[in-house]
Structures are given as C-alpha cells and as structure tokens.
Design a protein. Structure first.
Length: 554
C-alpha cells in the first residue's frame, strides 16, 4: 500500500536498498552551476534531493558545479546558498567541483597514459564536422594516435597556459562510430585563460560537464545523482568515465533522470533570466516578477508554499508545463491561514456620512484573521469622511450589483450599515463625493438587532483623515503567453507583458505605518500583499503577491 505513494525516484532507491545498498550508503547532492540565481525549476530539484535526504536521513551536499569561469561568479554562489537556506534545507557539506580540479587533472593524466585520452589540435568546427550524424559514423581525428609522451607534454602546456585558447582540447578516446554521439570522443578539457572566482589563475584549462560531474559525485560518494532528462544520453558517458577512474569494487554513483519542470507564463533558464536583468526588462534577479526563488520571496511567496508546490507537482518522467495558477493556489492557501487582514483602498473615492457628527471619530474593533483564533483583533479609526473603492459605487445599478448605489444599503466592514443618498460631481462630471447616511445602531459586534440586520454587500474602507499613503506595486504575469520560449523561431522577448507592473498610491489603515519588510497582509477583498524590502515608514511600499480568488461574503 505504501508503495503506491512512492514516486519513481523513491522506487529506484527502495529497490537498491532491497538489492545491494545499505541505508548508510545513501547520499545525495544538489549541484547548481553558479551562473545565475536559482529559479522555481531548481526548487523542484532542491525539494527532491533534500527531501530524499530527510526521508532517508541521508546527507545531501550542496555542490557548486563551477567549471566555467566565463559565466560564474561569487555573487551567484552567495545567492544560491541564501536561497537553499531560506527554503529551509541544510546541506551536509558545501562542495565545489573546482576543489577537485587537481584530482580530475591527475585522473586525466592516467587516462592519457592508458590510451583513453588524447590531445586534439584541430579547430572546434572541424571536430564538430567529424562527429558524423546519428546514422553515419564519425571520422577519426588525425591526432587520435598521438604518442602518450606527446599527449602528456601538450596537456601540461595547456594546463599552464603555454598554448593558446582554442589551439588544443583533450578528448576521451572512445569510439567515433558509437551509436551514442556523445561517446564519439567527447571533449574533456578546453583551454580558457580566464580567472576563476575560486582558483584564480591556477588553472588555464577547465573540465567539461561530463568529465567533472560524475567524478565529483564519485569523490563525494554520492549514491544517487539525479539530473534532468536531457542528460539521459549522457549516462553512458558518465558510467564510462567512472569505470576509468575507479576500481571494479568501488562504490559508484548512479545517474538517474527526471523531467525538467516548466512553469507557464515565464521562463526557467538562468541564461534567459540573466538577459531580462541585463536588458533592464526587470530591475534585478529578485524583481518580484521573476520566477527566481529570491524574486518569489520578495513577491511574498513563503518557503512552505514553494515546497507545497514542488510536492504537489511531484516528480515526472516527461516534460510538461505547470500552470502558474497552481503556484498561486499554494501561496493563497498558506497566506489565508497566516496573513493578518487589513483594509486598504486602491482607487479611492470620498464617502461622506452626512448624519455622522462633525469632527468626531471612534475606534472600531476589527478581527485580524477569521482563520486564526489566536490572531486577535485591532482597532481601526472611523470618522465622517472615508475612502472606499471607486468600483464599489454605481449611481444606478442592476440587482446583481451588491455594492453601494443610491437608495440602497451596504455594510462597511467592521463598522456600520450605510445608505447611498446622493453624489456630488466636479466640473468634469466625475464623482467627487458620495453622500450617505448611516444607521448608528448597526455597529458590527454591538449585539443590537440593527447590527444583525442582513444587507447584501460589505465594503472595505479607510478613514480619510487617518489613512496613510503607500506605494503599491501590482504585478502581473511577465509574459503574455503560456510558453514564451517554446517557439524556437521566435524570440521570447517578444512576449513580454508590457503591463506586468503597475504602480499606484493606495490608502491604508494607519496601523500599517510601521510594517516591516517581508511582513504579509491580506488587503481584504483585494489580495495578499507584502512589504517590499526597500520599504520604510516614510516611504511604504507593498508588493501584490497574488489576488484573492474570492472576495469574502460578508
Ligand atoms: P538553467 O538552464 O536554468 O541554467 P541548469 O539545469 O543548467 O538550468 P543547474 O544549475 O545546472 O541549472 O541545475 C542544478 C540542478 O537543478 C540540476 O540537477 C538540474 O537538473 C536541476 N534543474 C535545473 N532546472 C530545472 C528545472 N526546470 N526543473 C527541475 N530541475 C531543474
Ligand atoms: Mg547544469
Ligand atoms: Mg545551465
């Protein structure tokens, strides 16, 4: 019965435990390349690997796959660590592929000595041309049979930067007729005369992914190395390299593949996300419109909501696109339980209560969160002049309009029942003020018969003289189509939503004055909002995390 709830990755592990693995053998890793910030796709991989670590009480390493100094930076290393920690996971060891450069080099020398690697001195275009096609074998390089001595000498020169970039590469010597094209003498090292963020100028050659990854797994005794499906054809090479560097009884890691996760209306590729930053389409990697973990955090997503999302979509064997509405559902569910309710008016119109005493004010009790008994209540000021949402009033409306109209009653949340009496218009014919009367006996929670009276609509409001202003950033999808990078012919930048950010000034109840960055609220009937990291009491900034699906009934 328990079997059913296991995903296919867990099934592989369970099988291994039955056959020849001990529980202590289990060890996993999450291996990001520090060439950008982590995104929601990485969250799936993080939750998979660290989740297995929690489930089997096994260590999980955080391994930086830092083999390409052209694209990698310390800033990205720091951001990745911050994001994994924020999600609530703890790695056993912080590792770097660059820590293994010497070991990898020594192994490469061994491979050369055993006739399994050679220095090729052809331009990369020629090497590519000789690869053949899936149906035709490739051609051997004229340098394939170089002597071991010459190979060793050239390889050392490459390492020291005594040759030029692009002059030579080190290739594995496998089989130019292999059915798997990746086995046709793949490149192991290239010369890059670039400074590395960790090894400085120690190395003028850098290993390629296939050569570095499995060997890093082996060095760390990783039992299961999970990667995305596009690496399935690499598995043969992964195993070939492992076989060459280990002895037959060594414990060897296993590469297994799962489907890359895609989210609708966005892109999950560090390279493309970097473009959005560089072109100024978004303000930064943590712009709240970005599908990065730091962008989601700044937008108001919680670790719990992201984990819930990853858990809900699970692990798949085939690629597909997950609708962003599922992610939004996860954050709504979480914030519904935890976010204090407050009143904020986005697009105000003045409401004057003509029979309310001039100059008077009172503080009314408002429940903080109906979903959480322990959340308590707060006091909100009420007075003769209020703001309500423009869209909550119509001079004339049909019977389905349960908001304010002339001659009809609605309740003001936490306050009184009011009745629309007349409108005052400005010179342009726009509504300047709505005049209404209130029923003084109808105060919410007062226990009077009048307070229990049922009226169709309930509106949020703020007291005009007490309200504070805040900048509110209304975010929408960054792309107008579901899969902006699906069409290879078209540039995904053509699908940018020009209205992905709208900034307004809103009017808030005064208690929000001292709210702190990352604090979260439900603006009742509007949505969930959090305080931006750049907000201060003098310049309040709120980000809309997500709209409310439903407005409350009463
Ligand atoms: P990107 O194209 O965004 O750079 P990547 O796969 O090159 O993606 P890495 O930093 O190498 O990024 O990824 C670290 C780990 O996260 C890898 O194991 C990778 O397979 C996994 N991963 C990356 N993107 C996704 C995704 N969209 N869904 C699931 N796992 C992913
Ligand atoms: Mg990668
Ligand atoms: Mg990448």
């Amino acid at each position: 019965e328990e079997k059913k709830s296991l995903n296919f990755i867990e099934q592989i592990i369970e099988e291994d435990l039955k056959l020849n693995y001990k529980k202590e053998d289990l060890k996993f890793r999450f291996p990001p390349e520090p060439n950008g910030y982590l995104h929601i796709g990485h969250a799936s991989s993080i939750c998979l690997n660290f989740g297995l670590g929690e489930k089997y009480n096994a260590p999980v390493n955080l391994r930086f796959d830092d083999t390409n100094p052209i694209k990698e930076e310390q800033e990205y290393v720091d951001a990745i660590k911050r994001d994994v920690e924020w999600l609530g996971f703890k790695w056993a060891k912080e590792c770097y592929a660059s820590d293994y450069f010497q070991q990898l080099y020594d192994w490469a020398v061994e491979l050369i000595k055993n006739g399994y690697a050679y220095v090729d001195s052809q331009p990369s275009a020629v090497i590519a041309e000789q690869k053949g096609t899936p149906t035709e074998p490739g051609k051997n390089s004229p340098y394939r049979d170089r002597s071991v001595e010459e190979n060793l000498e050239l390889f050392e020169k490459m390492k020291n930067g005594e040759t030029t970039e692009g002059q030579h590469v080190l290739r594995a010597r496998i089989d130019m007729a292999a059915k798997n094209m990746l086995m046709r003498d793949p490149v192991m090292y290239r010369s890059l005369h670039k400074k590395h963020h960790r090894t400085g100028n120690d190395w003028m050659i850098y290993p390629l992914y296939d050569w570095a990854h499995g060997e890093s797994d082996f060095i760390e005794s990783i039992s299961h190395s999970f990667c995305t499906l596009e690496f399935l054809p690499h598995r043969e090479l992964y195993n070939w390299f492992l076989e060459k560097v280990s002895s037959p009884d060594d414990f060897k890691p296993k590469q297994r593949e799962f489907a890359r996760r895609n989210l609708s209306h966005t892109i999950v590729s560090k390279r493309k996300l970097l473009q959005l930053v560089e072109k100024g389409i978004v303000s930064s990697w943590d712009d709240p419109r970005m599908p990065t973990i730091s962008g989601l955090r700044r937008r108001g997503y919680t670790p719990a909501s992201i984990k819930k999302f990853a858990e809900t979509i699970g692990i798949a064997k085939r690629e597909n696109v997950i609708d962003v509405s599922l992610l939004e559902f996860c954050i709504r569910e979480d914030l519904n339980k935890t976010a204090p309710r407050v009143m904020a008016v986005m697009d105000p119109v003045k409401l004057v209560i003509t029979n309310y005493p001039e100059g008077e004010e009172e503080w009314l009790t408002a429940e903080n969160n109906p979903e959480d008994e322990l959340a308590g209540s707060r006091e909100v000021p009420f007075s003769k002049e209020l703001y309500i949402e423009k869209e909550d009033f119509k001079e004339e409306a049909n019977r389905k309009f349960f908001r304010l109209t002339l001659g009809k009653e609605v309740r003001l949340k936490n306050a009184y029942i009011i009745k629309g009496e007349k409108v005052i218009k400005d010179a342009n014919g726009e509504i300047a003020e709505i005049h209404c009367t209130y029923d003084p006996k109808s105060r919410s929670g007062s226990g009077t018969e009048e307070s229990m009276r049922k009226v169709k609509g309930t509106l949020h409001w703020v007291s005009a003289k007490h309200a504070i202003e805040a900048e509110v950033r209304l975010y929408d999808r960054l792309f107008t189509v579901e899969s902006p990078d699906a069409d290879k012919e078209k540039d995904y930048l053509e699908y940018i939503n020009p209205e992905s950010l709208k900034t307004i000034t809103a009017y808030l109840e005064p208690g929000l004055k001292d709210s702190q960055p990352y604090e979260q609220f439900q603006f009742q009937r509007i949505g969930y909002f959090n305080v931006d990291k750049e907000s201060s009491s003098d310049n309040l900034i709120f980000n809309r995390t997500v709209t409310l699906r439903d407005s409350w009934a009463n």
